[in-house]
Ligand binder design. Structure first.
Ligand SMILES: C[S@@+](CC[C@H](N)C(=O)[O-])C[C@H]1O[C@@H](n2cnc3c(N)ncnc32)[C@H](O)[C@@H]1O
Length: 396
């Protein structure tokens, strides 16, 4: 989905001024300085230029660009490791008490980690390629990327410049969209689109299968449906009318495709900020909001970060107008934000109470994905404690 505001980028090549549409899903500004690079450019030279803020327009072999990206990644790792070692050395000179990670340092760790990731993304995104009209690459040994780009970025009737990284994202998404994500407990696969929250870690599905449906459950809402996964679970459990909403048009297209594929006629889709318009009161409202209260830095992060918990608090407050008298809210939320000290349990419980909701019961599960077990992850201490819950809330 291209931003409505068109941006162009210009560069000199063969003594001619060239121009192309600028595409950046990570919201990076059009490059201010571009140099042409190819198979002869060394990884060290490319890294130095990228770190200085120069963008590198690749004119070599397509597959060699992938190698260069990996080489840049390794150089970023090495630089980060060196800075980490400097910190460890500095800490070694401190007293034991000073060395302990204080509770105040934990939110800083999270913000530092995001900064490090943003810096990596900026550097790697400086390796660019040009695609001609119809998303055609003229690079040597270039695969046909047009279908993947079309699916990810939409129709584009002009040539464009984009980062190799964004192209890889589009190619990866095309594979997920074709293969699907198997959801074993449902006995089916969900097919994510580019830019839509992919349920690759889906331990919470079992919670939605285990929770008893309210006595009356004629109408349910799935708020922030993404691929449509939660609506699919409710439909499988026999709920007759389900209205699924999302703000992201890519999510709506994706959910619609999944519903058609699974022949689910019980689900209606609406583009809406939280609640559907012109809908009856719901007996059940399910929502798996973004779990971390932090500012998204690009549209791709809207499914993961919820600035100031706006969606979560809006959802809870909105239940006053949209939930039937005996209805239930099933809120899927991990407590990672609590372990990172970005939100406290008391704050969460306070938001429930402010919205006139009480906890009827809670079902918990622990994550099984690799990152929760990776002790080299800087956020391991918090991730290893993470619990994902289904909070069943009812009116007080
Ligand atoms: C964590 S994802 C969950 C997706 C899906 N329900 C699932 O469990 O796989 C959160 C979803 O909420 C959507 N979203 C964020 N803010 C929203 C809002 N104000 N109204 C509707 N949807 C929103 C995002 O686009 C995203 O698809």
């Amino acid at each position: 989905m291209l931003s409505t505001e068109k941006q162009y980028v210009q560069w000199f090549e063969d003594e001619t001024l060239h121009s192309a549409r600028w595409l950046s899903e990570s919201n990076h500004a059009p490059p201010a300085r571009i140099v042409l690079v190819d198979d002869k450019t060394t990884a060290d030279e490319a890294y130095r230029l990228a770190c200085e803020g120069t963008s590198l327009l690749w004119r070599g072999d397509f597959h060699n660009a992938k190698q260069l990206l990996q080489a840049l990644n390794r150089r970023i790792d090495r630089t980060n490791e060196r800075s980490e070692q400097r910190k460890i050395k500095k800490a070694a000179n401190k007293s034991t008490a000073d060395k302990l990670v204080t509770p105040e340092a934990i939110p800083n760790l999270f913000h530092q980690q995001r900064q490090t990731q943003a810096q990596r993304s900026r550097i790697l995104s400086r390796l660019l390629l040009e695609l001609e009209t119809g998303y055609v690459s003229k690079l040597r040994r270039a695969p046909d990327v047009s279908a993947a780009c079309m699916a990810a970025f939409g129709q584009l009737d002009e040539s464009c410049l984009l980062s190799f990284r964004d192209l890889q994202g589009a190619l990866g998404a095309a594979q997920w969209r074709e293969k699907g994500v198997p959801i074993e407990s449902l006995g089916l696969s969900i097919f994510p689109h580019y830019g839509v929250f992919a349920p690759t870690r889906h331990e919470y599905v079992q919670l939605l299968l285990d929770a008893p449906l309210p006595d009356t459950c004629d109408v349910a809402f799935d708020i922030g449906t993404g691929t449509g996964l939660l609506a699919v679970i409710l439909a499988q459990r026999g709920v007759q009318q389900i209205i699924a909403t999302d703000l992201n048009p890519r999510a709506l297209a994706c959910a619609s495709e999944n519903f058609v594929r699974l022949e689910l006629s019980a689900v209606q889709l609406q583009q809406a900020d939280l609640f559907p318009n012109d809908a009856p009161l719901a007996n059940l409202i399910v929502c798996n909001p973004p779990w971390l209260p932090a500012k998204p830095s690009s549209p791709l992060e809207y499914a993961v970060y919820d600035a100031k918990s706006t969606m979560l608090r809006g959802l809870l407050q909105g239940t006053k107008q949209h939930l039937a008298e005996q209805g239930e809210v099933w809120l899927i939320l991990s407590d990672l934000a609590e372990h990172l000290q970005l939100r406290s349990r008391d704050e969460l419980l306070g938001w429930f109470a402010d919205a006139g909701l009480a906890v009827k019961y809670r079902l918990d599960t622990t994550p099984k994905h690799g990152r929760s077990q990776d002790n080299t992850d800087p956020l391991f201490a918090a991730r290893s404690l993470e619990i994902t819950s289904l909070w069943c809330l009812e009116r007080v």
